[in-house]
Design a protein around this ligand. Sequence first.
Ligand code: ZN
Length: 144
Amino acid sequence: MIRISKQAYREMIAYCIQQQPHEACGFLSGYRGDSSVSDRIDRFIPVSNRSPRPENHFDMDPREVVSVLYQLETSGAILLGIAHSHPQAPPVPSGEDLLTAWHRTATHWIVSLQGSVPLAKVYRYAALDDGTVAWSGIPMIVED
Ligand SMILES: [Zn+2]
């Protein structure tokens, strides 16, 4: 289970729509929960997609990545998720998505703009000993 503020959720969806027909990407940050309450995301931070084929790939600008991670480090917030959009595909991780170096990031969000209404799904990725990557869905709650 992961919680996200309505504002962060809306900003993520709006940015994905704005970046069409390109894939959008960014980070989600917030605060860790404990045994009684789930992690809570309260901020979406867009990052430029510098892929030469941005219609169906994303590659986060490394300078912006360093800058964002530094800001989080100094503010006490924690990186809780990575988000990207699928302008023309369902919200399911692609083979390329699973090649990410960010396996340990708590959650991976995919916003599909394929249908008439944006659809966001959340996943956890896990690198297995045999070199493949497993993924599973995580329930998500949008709250005030
Ligand atoms: Zn993808």
